[in-house]
Write a protein that binds this ligand. Structure first.
Ligand code: PGA
Length: 264
């Protein structure tokens, strides 16, 4: 696990965008796993800039999103499909058919079959090359709330009270926040060839420290990233402020990164 601490949100976002760009340039038909929420918005802005100003080509890129609220249709302004369209897909030359976000309107009796199909689609394209994740206040990745099995797969889940509270800022009132979601499982996420976790702001500092430096536990889904062979955690200074170890490198230069100055 490598931990990069950047000065602020913008720098964190740029660092993540560089990793995504390198992959797209190395493997043009790469498969990206994408996340929603406030955290990756800066990353998506930077990718849009790279597309517009530097010609970064998304025409062969395939994407799979981590999760979607259950019950929201793709055109609902709070659905994650809508979020992805307005924050990224509508501004780059990706083929909409190559973008996959779980369908929040699958009839309940077809959910299991649908989730298996989502996993099969990921396998069919050769698996996810790079998965981007944020971290919830309760330590979730995707919507894998505390107690999610480390082997869990794509499935319907009930959202935690804290998640409902955290996400109510996007809705008119807390009662409007869906209580259920479809999410890739912890096991699904761990199968990605590479993972980057982004976190910014003081509010994330405590859970970030627990996930990175604490024991691996299903109570904090993000802690399982410690088991993955290729994870980069990119934090701003505030989100890094409760880490106990001080050796994580700050503002690492390109040269330092090239020689692999990493501590885990
Ligand atoms: P946030 O959510 O980016 O809006 O903080 C992160 C998450 O819940 O995974």
């Amino acid at each position: 696990m490598r931990v990069i601490i950047k000065k602020n949100y913008e720098e964190m976002s740029k660092e993540a965008a560089k990793i995504v760009k390198d992959l797209i340039q190395k493997k043009e038909n790469c498969v990206l796993g994408l996340a929603t929420g406030s955290t990756p918005v800066g990353l998506y802005k930077e990718l849009i800039r790279m597309h517009k100003e530097e010609g970064l080509d998304f025409s062969k890129v395939i994407t799979f999103n981590l999760d979607e609220y259950y019950g929201l249709s793709p055109d609902h302004p709070q659905s994650y499909r809508y979020f992805m369209d307005i924050n990224l897909f509508n501004h780059i030359n990706i083929k909409k058919d190559n973008t996959n976000v779980p369908d929040g309107k699958v009839p309940i009796e077809k959910i299991e079959q649908y989730c298996e199909w989502y996993e099969d689609m990921i396998k069919k394209v050769g698996g996810i090359d790079l998965q981007v994740v944020g971290i919830g206040g309760d330590g979730h990745i995707g919507f894998n709330e505390p107690g999610s099995s480390l082997n869990s797969r794509t499935r319907l889940v009930a959202l935690d009270e804290q998640t409902i509270k955290d996400n109510s800022r996007f809705f008119d009132k807390i009662e409007d926040v869906p209580r259920f979601a479809i999410t890739m499982g912890v096991g699904t996420i761990l199968e990605a060839k590479e993972i980057i976790l982004l976190a910014n702001g003081e509010k994330k500092a405590e859970i970030v420290a627990k996930a990175i430096e604490g024991p691996i536990t299903s109570q904090i889904s993000a802690s399982v990233l410690q088991l993955h062979p290729k994870v980069t955690i990119i934090l701003d200074e505030e989100a890094a402020s409760k880490l106990k170890r001080k050796e994580y490198y700050k503002f690492a230069s390109e040269a330092e990164k090239k020689i692999g100055l990493r501590l885990f």
